[in-house]
Design a protein around this ligand. Structure first.
Ligand code: IPE
Ligand code: IPE
Ligand code: MG
Length: 252
């Protein structure tokens, strides 16, 4: 279980792991459909199994030193799927939020949704806002759920807002730099991800956190998302510890 106090983890963090492990882990949770197909079941069966994996990941974040967990639930391109799958996924998101709301809050998790809400069902949007409002003052794990999210769409929406501010003289074009633009992104309160994990063997980013992952470390693993375990997350966090991040600097 997550605990209210940031430091009271069920197992002490190794000092080196605590200081050098990824603080922000972002996951492209892929492979639900193939997982279901391998069992002769409909794709939605895989999505339900996938959704059940999330709680355990969130619960183990404090122990692994992960302060921010961001998960890709539905992309701006996923509307291309059959109506049955899209409707089933939207129902799943509604049920997930309704069922998890209390436990997330009790566990001091702060939830944020990123992505464009305009195309989503108003009932779902209301639930998302309710969960965000309920958990807004929590200071435990910061869970960000990317729903109807696309990196290009996010940058386009940010640019539109920025252009509106320029047009109404609230922003001087001379002041537009990377920091200013980042403030208009959905992720404006988050640090950039340190580690991006994609399950299911695909080595692509599929429009996820394009701006924010400029210097993220990547892990592409074969496991299908419903089979992904906390042990595997821990292994990836540990191997992150041995990576040498240079951010463009010279090798020391
Ligand atoms: C990821 O699993 C979940 C969503 C994109 C909503 P997929 O549904 O993409 O599963 P595969 O890639 O078809 O196996
Ligand atoms: C990325 O997976 C989106 C999510 C995990 C929500 P996709 O399955 O949609 O990506 P592609 O189509 O294989 O690139
Ligand atoms: Mg997929």
């Amino acid at each position: 279980m997550l605990v209210k106090q940031d430091v009271a983890y069920d197992r002490p963090l190794e000092p080196s792991f605590d200081s050098n492990g990824p603080k922000h882990v972002a996951i492209i949770m892929d492979g639900n459909g193939r997982w279901a197909q391998a069992r002769g079941r409909p794709r939605l069966y895989g999505h339900h199994a996938g959704a059940r994996r999330v709680r355990e990941m969130v619960e183990n974040c404090p122990r692994l030193g992960i302060r921010y967990l961001t998960i890709f639930a539905f992309s701006t391109e996923n509307w291309k799927r059959t109506q049955t799958e899209v409707t089933g996924l939207m129902d799943l998101f509604r049920r997930y939020i309704t069922h998890e709301m209390r436990a997330l809050n009790d566990n001091n998790v702060k939830v944020l949704f990123v992505g464009d809400r305009v195309r989503l069902d108003p009932k779902l949007v209301a639930l998302m806002a309710e969960l965000e409002a309920l958990t807004t003052n929590n200071n435990g794990v910061h869970l960000t759920i990317a729903l109807n999210y696309g990196g290009r769409d996010e940058v386009a929406r940010a640019t539109r807002k920025l252009a509106e501010d320029v047009a109404s003289n609230r922003l001087d074009p001379q002041d537009v730099d990377e920091t200013t633009l980042a403030r208009y992104l959905d992720t404006n309160i988050l640090p950039d991800p340190d580690l991006v994990i994609r399950t299911s063997g695909e080595a692509r980013i599929s429009n996820f956190l394009l701006w924010q992952s400029a210097y993220s470390e990547y892990e592409f693993i074969d496991t299908l998302w419903p089979d992904f375990s906390v042990d595997e997350l821990e292994r990836l966090c540990r191997s992150f510890f041995f990576r040498k991040r240079r951010f463009g600097g010279a090798i020391a």
